[in-house]
Design a protein around this ligand. Sequence first.
Ligand code: OFO
Length: 179
Amino acid sequence: MHQDLEVYLPKFKIMLSPNIEKLLQDQVTKEASSSQTYLSMACWADVKGYSGAAEFLYAHSDEERMHMLKLIKFLNERGSQAVISSLDAPKKDFGTLKEAFESILEHEVKVTESINHIITACLKENDHLTNNFMQWYISEQMEEEQLARSIIDKLEMIGSDTSSLYLFDRELTSLQGHE
Ligand code: OFO
């Protein structure tokens, strides 16, 4: 980029407040961490023989990466520069399939809290643009929580019935999210 342009362009951007910028940066890390967690869970499911769950989780890991990229682009377009942080290694063992989905639900509830916190901050600061952008995330969270709850309910019904578990695992390949 021409040096003059670098100084010039940000003047035309609606800049983020330092607080909102920090919250969005943190959310980038959370989405990256979600992607890694689902990837680790997919590997676990794969080697345990839950091939349907593995496929579902690999796809979910990609979705979380897309959530991260969407935030990164938003930050970069609003006069910031997204920071890519290092992450703690996710865990490798997830117990039973039901326990794995329970930990997904627990994780998603925390992510929803984090998104709600950003929206509350946007409302306090009258940052309607970021608020509008974050509405997509809150709808996505509702879908993800709902999906995790319905999977847990089904696994609860299946209990220790291995043939039903086998059939449900195959069904999981078709239970992907939208984004
Ligand atoms: Fe990014 O939606 Fe789950 O965490």
